[in-house]
Design a protein around this ligand. Structure first.
Ligand code: URA
Length: 408
């Protein structure tokens, strides 16, 4: 039976709900070994899945754990997810903006595996910040201040935790049906009424082409319809890193700069405003233009930053104690011209080598290391200008300048 299921998918045939349920739940319960699950995942990766199979798999994922209701929370609950990228600290900026405008934000974020930390790792770089709130604490905090960013509870889609860990080590992460089921199951089980997904495309992202991103977008919207949730998607560039900073403490400090209105008019700030505007538009049932005015206003009048401070205080963090390494090296421009490229993937690899991300689940993150860019794409530079500062601890980093920067 198990071999028949693998064989069927190997031949590109459609699996039934029962076959998928038997296989995936067998894996979760430990009766199906890693090698058979890996084989099925690879067959899915190569041959894809029909919409019916994807809906079935999403349901199997959701049913593997609890579905959070947050019934006591007034208002439309809006959630956001990013497929992940280098320097992506948008949640830290968006959640306080949206909450400051009266929309409840319960954000359950994950850790990073791969090049950089996830949102939860970034928040843990704020000394004292608690990422393990209980359901009761979440409810109380939402009632008090309208915003929570905490870790995913163990009972939220446990199937995704085990399957994602296996996908990560079997080169099956980039399968579009598997990404769609993984993300949508967590959003639906997490109790969101409306969802915005930021699909990243580029060399520092899971997806490399616009066609793949369009396919994923279409699928997520269809899954949302099955569960009666409004899903919007945006497709954004990940050939260059997002913003100036990569690395946990550095990214929190950059998010603070944006919330304080110190950093403006760059693609990272534009993306935060766009995503937050979608959330506010969905949460208040208003047009995107109206929402955008409110979002910009919440940064300009300081209310978004105040909300961030309330959030950190409620979760015990102290931003005065955020540390970055004192060991730095600068990277200087080798020629004059316009900065044409900053390679996200290479900077991701560098940040991993510095210790800002994890290669294995058991690795320990160094929150204080990372990369701070001084120039962004399109800036004009003179030979000798500082392009980036590298914060390191373990050993002085090797920077592959020619792979990272292109000046023309
Ligand atoms: N993010 C997720 O949560 N799941 C995936 O499969 C890919 C990105």
């Amino acid at each position: 039976m198990i071999l028949d299921i693998i064989n069927k998918k190997r031949l590109g045939e459609e699996l039934t709900y029962k076959e998928l349920d038997t296989f995936f739940n067998g894996y979760l319960e430990g009766t199906i070994p890693d090698y058979q699950m890996s084989s099925l995942l690879m067959a899915i990766c190569i041959n894809g899945m029909s919409d019916e199979e994807i809906f079935a798999l999403t349901k199997i994922f959701i049913d593997s754990g609890d579905v959070l209701e947050f019934a006591g929370i007034d208002g439309i609950k809006v959630d956001k997810h990013s497929t992940g990228g280098i320097g992506d600290k948008t949640t830290l900026v968006i959640a306080p903006i949206v909450a400051s405008l009266g929309i409840p934000v319960v954000k359950m974020s994950g850790r990073g595996l791969g090049y950089t930390g996830g949102t939860i790792d970034k928040l843990e770089s704020i000394p004292g910040y608690r990422i393990d709130l209980s359901d009761d604490e979440i409810m109380n905090q939402i009632k008090d201040i309208n915003v929570v960013i905490t870790g995913q509870t163990a009972c939220l889609v446990p199937m995704d935790k085990v399957i994602y860990a296996l996908r990560d080590v079997t080169a099956t992460v980039s399968s579009i049906p598997l990404i769609a089921s993984s993300i949508m199951s967590k959003k639906i089980a997490g109790g969101a009424d409306k969802i915005i997904i930021d699909i990243k495309v580029g060399n520092g992202a899971l997806l490399q082409t616009r066609e793949e991103a369009d396919k994923l977008s279409e699928l997520m919207i269809k899954i949302g319809k099955v569960y009666d949730r409004e899903v919007r998607t945006i497709i954004s560039d990940m050939d260059a890193p997002l913003g100036y900073s990569i690395g946990n403490s550095l990214e929190v400090l950059e998010a603070i700069d944006v919330l304080e209105g110190k950093e403006r008019d760059n693609p990272f700030v534009d993306l935060c405003i766009e995503l937050a505007s979608h959330m506010v538009s969905m949460g208040k049932n208003i047009s995107l233009e109206e929402a955008k005015k409110l979002v910009i206003g919440s940064i300009e009048d300081g209310s978004a930053y105040q909300k961030f401070l309330e959030l950190v205080k409620h979760q015990n963090g102290n931003i005065q104690k955020i540390k970055v390494s004192e060991n730095t090296v600068t990277v200087k421009a080798k020629s004059s011209g316009i900065l044409k490229k900053i390679n996200a993937l290479e900077l991701g690899k560098l940040s991993l080598a510095l210790g800002a991300g994890k290669e294995k689940i058991t690795d320990k993150i160094d929150y204080t290391v990372g990369i701070k860019l001084s120039k962004l794409i399109g800036d004009s530079v003179k030979k000798g200008d500082v392009l980036a500062t590298i914060y390191y601890n373990k050993k002085k980093p090797d920077v592959s300048y020619d792979k990272i920067f292109v000046i023309q």
